[in-house]
Design a protein around this ligand. Structure first.
Ligand SMILES: *[C@@H]1O[C@H](CO)[C@@H](O)[C@H](O)[C@H]1NC(C)=O
Ligand SMILES: *[C@@H]1O[C@H](CO)[C@@H](O)[C@H](O)[C@H]1NC(C)=O
Ligand SMILES: *[C@@H]1O[C@H](CO)[C@@H](O)[C@H](O)[C@H]1NC(C)=O
Ligand SMILES: *[C@@H]1O[C@H](CO)[C@@H](O)[C@H](O)[C@H]1NC(C)=O
Length: 394
C-alpha cells in the first residue's frame, strides 16, 4: 500500500464503519478516478449534481474545476453545444442545464448563460406539449406522454433559470408553467389508495399500457418516483416564498409522497423495491434497488434539513428511515474496487422506460448493473446530507 496516498488508503484501513474520508468525496473521487465521459447525457448530468453536493460540503475547488472541465468540453467558446440534434426533443437533454447553472453561479461566464438560455428556449418553445400543457417526455417517440422522470430532467433547471434570470415582476407565468407540470402528473399518476405515483401517463390514452380512464401506466417504478421526489425537493430550493399558495401545494405534493414512500420502505432491509406497488414487493424477480433507494434517502434527509415535515415527531421518523436506508447502501451497494482504494456503486437497474408494456415482467427483466455511474449522483447527494445531518447532531 506504500504507493497510495494517505487519503486513499486510510478509509480502507479503518473500514467503512468509521471511514476517515466522508463518502460524499470518497465516492466522487472514485468515479473521477475511474473516468467519467464528458457528455451532456443525463447519467453524467445526474452525477454532476452529486459533485455539486460534494463541492458544497467539502469546499474543494478541485470539484468545481472538474465540473468546469467536463462542461467546457461539451460547449463551444460562445456557449453553443458542440453536439446537438435539433430533431431530438426529449426532457433528458435538459438535465445538464442544472450543472451549467451551478457553474454559472460560481463563475458567471457568458458562455454558461448562453447555454442555459438555449436549453430554456428548447424546453419552453420547442418541446411539444399535451393538450393540457404537459411536456411530452420525448418527441416524436412518446407522444402526449408525461413520465415522472421528466420532472427531474427539466424541473429543477427551469426553476433555477426562472429564479436567476426572470425579472421578478414578470415571472408568474413561468412559475405557473413549472407548477402545471407537477399538477398534471399528480392528477393522472397518483394512486389514491397508496399515495404513490405510477411511472407516467398518456393523455391521449393510446399507449398499450395506458389506463382507459386516467391514461396512467400500471406500476410504481422506484426510479421514476425517486426522480419525481428529488425534483420536488430541488425545485423548492428555488420556488419563491411570495407565491405562497403554489409553494404550499408543491410542498404538499412532496409530503404526501414522502409519507407514501415511508410506508413502502422494506421493513427487513430498510431499502425500497424496484416495483413498489402491491402485491409485488417481495415477489420473485423483484429486488431492493440501489439508485432509487439513494434517491429516497437523499429526499428524506433534505426534508429534515429544510424543515419539510409536519412536526418534530415526523422529522424523527424521516431521519430514522433515512439512516436505516443509508446503512443498507453502505453495507450492500458500496463496494471497494480494488484499485487505489476506490469505490464502486452496485445494484442499480440499468434503465427503465415506458417504451414497452410497462408491466412487472418488463421492469424485472431489465439487467442490474454493477460498478456503474447510474445512481452514484443520488448516493453522493444522500451522503452529503447524512454528513451534514451528523454534523448538526453531534
Ligand atoms: C474498478 O473500476 C474500473 C473502472 O470503472 C473497472 O474497469 C474495473 O472493472 C473495476 N474493478 C473491479 C474489481 O470492480
Ligand atoms: C453550500 O450551500 C449553501 C447553501 O446554498 C451555501 O450557503 C454555502 O456557501 C455552500 N458552501 C460552499 C462551500 O459552496
Ligand atoms: C458559436 O460557435 C459555434 C462553433 O464555433 C458556431 O458553429 C456557431 O455558429 C456560433 N454561434 C454564434 C451565435 O455565433
Ligand atoms: C415576460 O415573460 C415572458 C415569458 O413568460 C417573456 O416572453 C417576456 O419577454 C418577458 N418580458 C419581459 C419584459 O421580461
Amino acid at each position: 500500500m506504500m504507493w497510495l496516498t494517505t487519503a486513499a488508503w486510510l478509509p480502507m484501513l479503518l473500514g467503512s464503519a468509521n471511514a476517515a474520508q466522508p463518502y460524499s468525496s470518497w465516492m466522487t473521487d472514485s468515479m473521477i478516478a475511474h473516468g467519467v465521459s464528458a457528455t451532456r447525457w443525463y447519467t453524467e448530468a445526474t452525477f454532476y449534481r452529486g459533485v455539486e453536493a460534494a463541492h458544497n460540503i467539502s469546499g474543494l475547488r478541485t470539484y468545481q474545476a472538474f465540473l468546469a472541465s467536463q462542461i467546457d468540453s461539451i460547449l463551444a467558446p460562445n456557449g453553443s453545444f458542440r453536439s446537438w440534434d435539433f430533431q431530438d426533443h426529449q426532457l433528458d437533454n435538459i438535465r445538464i442545464g442544472s450543472a451549467i447553472l451551478y457553474l454559472y453561479t460560481l463563475d458567471p461566464q457568458p458562455k454558461y448563460r448562453a447555454a442555459a438560455d438555449f436549453l430554456y428556449d428548447q424546453l419552453v418553445h420547442h418541446q411539444k406539449r399535451t393538450p393540457s400543457g404537459g411536456f411530452w417526455h420525448k418527441d416524436p417517440k412518446y407522444p402526449n406522454q408525461m413520465w415522472l422522470d421528466g420532472l427531474f430532467m427539466a424541473g429543477p433547471f427551469s426553476a433555477a433559470y426562472v429564479a436567476l434570470f426572470f425579472p421578478p415582476d414578470n415571472a408568474t407565468a413561468a412559475w405557473d408553467d413549472i407548477v402545471l407540470q407537477f399538477d398534471l402528473t399528480e392528477k393522472h399518476c397518483r394512486d389514491s389508495k397508496t399515495g404513490m405515483l405510477r411511472h407516467g401517463y398518456d393523455e391521449s390514452l393510446k399507449a398499450v399500457w395506458a389506463d382507459k380512464a386516467t391514461g396512467a401506466s400500471p406500476h410504481v417504478w422506484i426510479r421514476a418516483q425517486g426522480w419525481y421526489l428529488m425534483a420536488l425537493a430541488d425545485v423548492l430550493d428555488w420556488f419563491p416564498r411570495e407565491y405562497a399558495a403554489a409553494r404550499g401545494k408543491l410542498l404538499g405534493y412532496f409530503l404526501d409522497l414522502a409519507r407514501a414512500v415511508m410506508a413502502a420502505q422494506d421493513a427487513k432491509t430498510g431499502g425500497w423495491w424496484l416495483v413498489m406497488d402491491a402485491p409485488y414487493p417481495g415477489q420473485k424477480g423483484n429486488y431492493i434497488e440501489s439508485s432509487g433507494t439513494a434517491m429516497y434517502t437523499y429526499s428524506l434527509l433534505k426534508a429534515v434539513r429544510m424543515g419539510y415535515y409536519a412536526d418534530a415527531a415526523e422529522r424523527d421518523v424521516f431521519a430514522t428511515a433515512a439512516q436505516r436506508a443509508y446503512g443498507l447502501m453502505v453495507d450492500r451497494f458500496v463496494a471497494t474496487n480494488g484499485t487505489k482504494g476506490t469505490l464502486n456503486w452496485e445494484g442499480t437497474v440499468r434503465v427503465g422506460s415506458l417504451d414497452a408494456a410497462g408491466d412487472f415482467k418488463y421492469y424485472t427483466g431489465i439487467p442490474v448493473v454493477e460498478n456503474s455511474l447510474i445512481g452514484v449522483g443520488p448516493f453522493i447527494l444522500a451522503s452529503a446530507e447524512m454528513e451534514a445531518y451528523k454534523a448538526r447532531n453531534t
